[in-house]
Ligand binder design. Structure first.
Ligand SMILES: [Zn+2]
Length: 372
């Protein structure tokens, strides 16, 4: 349940609070002194107002104020019961979908990666994480129950999401229209523009485009982070990965700063500046260098970004995730775990998601692969 002052109901982001604690209710009512409050059911979707609670609070009559606040609180509790019965569980569901094995051992370990993330998230309150291994779910019902889905898999022309003659794209489109959230990690951010480029721009604000984006293996130094729930508790870090950059972003944004485009809020999270040697290549494939990448020398590039769509859904792109052992880096892992919570609509703790990963955790669930 949410409680919003009526006059502020449009600025939902800053005012949405969970009506669970009695202290919060009395505090909100007595401090805000708005004449009307409206209760919303999270389950019934944000914009459906269950009822309007009218109260009057005057500064002069403190006794009256207390009495009204108490009366309001009982009204709230009274009205909350049937509504909460309709909302038995506020737990958010995140589904991590891993792609099939590819690449040598400890690279593109999607199956092991999602299970490691799931383990790190197991104690987060109000979040249930399911994993789906080896590609597209056999039972597509898994989408229906999810609040957010993250795809960690290979992409390009063989991206799981473009198979079945566009049926999967349509399915995801319908699901996202309900305000659900979606993310793609590593190779999963790459699609062929005419297959799913427009969809990716609308869903997550951009995508990797072959011969426009590039995929060098390099070691960005993430020194500063924007003020955002996803960066909570993340300390500066530097780590080698196949960090793709120069995505094809919506409206051809460079992507290195916050923007709003067609009511979509675009926010870069991990930004660093590649040096000239990185721009000059070679990239992993095709080796390049591409003149347009070299010409942007000195420009900061986004390697994780998020969007808030006008329909209320959220999107995430993360271009790291090539080397499995990078999950052993606390800050690299934390920024992704925080992103999982944010995408699913779960409050990120002030110091971010706490987790520990051992050597055994990193060795667990690896796909059987031949050493090359
Ligand atoms: Zn890779």
């Amino acid at each position: 349940m949410w409680l919003l002052p009526v006059s502020d109901s449009d600025s939902k982001a800053s005012l949405v609070r969970d009506v669970r604690s009695k202290d919060f209710v009395t505090e909100t009512i007595s401090q805000n002194r708005k004449a009307q409050y409206r209760m919303y059911s999270r389950k019934l979707a944000a914009r459906i107002s269950l009822f309007t609670l009218r109260i009057r609070i005057t500064d002069k009559e403190s006794q009256m104020k207390t009495a009204i606040a108490c009366f309001s609180l009982s009204l709230l509790v009274l009205f909350s019961i049937p509504a909460m019965a309709d909302e038995p569980n506020s737990t958010k569901r995140l589904v991590l979908i891993a792609g099939r094995p590819s690449h040598p051992p400890r690279m593109h370990e999607f199956n092991a990666g999602v299970q490691l993330l799931q383990k790190c998230l197991k104690d987060v309150p109000a979040l249930k994480v399911d994993v789906n291994l080896n590609g597209w779910p056999e039972d597509e019902q898994v989408l229906e129950a999810a609040d957010a889905i993250i795809f960690y898999m290979d992409g390009g022309g063989r991206h799981e999401i473009v198979q079945q003659n566009g049926e999967r794209l349509k399915l995801v489109e319908q699901w996202l229209a309900k305000g659900k959230s979606i993310g793609f990690m590593h190779y999963g951010v790459e699609v062929i523009p005419k297959q799913a480029g427009e969809e990716f721009k609308r869903w997550i604000g951009g995508h990797y485009e072959n011969m426009f984006s590039c995929n060098p293996i390099w070691e960005p130094n993430f020194l500063k982070f924007p003020e955002h729930a996803i960066t909570r508790g993340v300390k500066p870090f530097q780590i080698k990965d196949e960090w793709y950059f120069n995505m094809r972003f919506i409206s051809d944004l460079p992507g290195n700063q916050r923007e709003t485009v067609d009511e979509m809020k675009f926010q870069p999270i991990l930004v660093a500046t590649p040096d000239d040697a990185v721009r000059n290549g070679p990239y992993v494939y095709p080796k390049g260098p591409y003149p347009h990448i070299q010409e942007n020398k000195g420009r900061a590039e986004a390697m994780m970004w998020v969007v808030e769509r006008p329909d209320g859904g959220r999107g995430l792109g993360f271009t790291g995730g090539h080397f499995h052992d990078n999950w052993g880096n606390d800050d690299y892992r934390k920024v992704v775990l925080n992103a999982c919570l944010w995408l699913a609509g779960v409050e990120v703790p002030d110091s971010g998601v706490a987790s520990q990963v051992s050597k055994a955790d990193l060795d667990a669930h690896l796909d059987p692969k031949k050493q090359r």
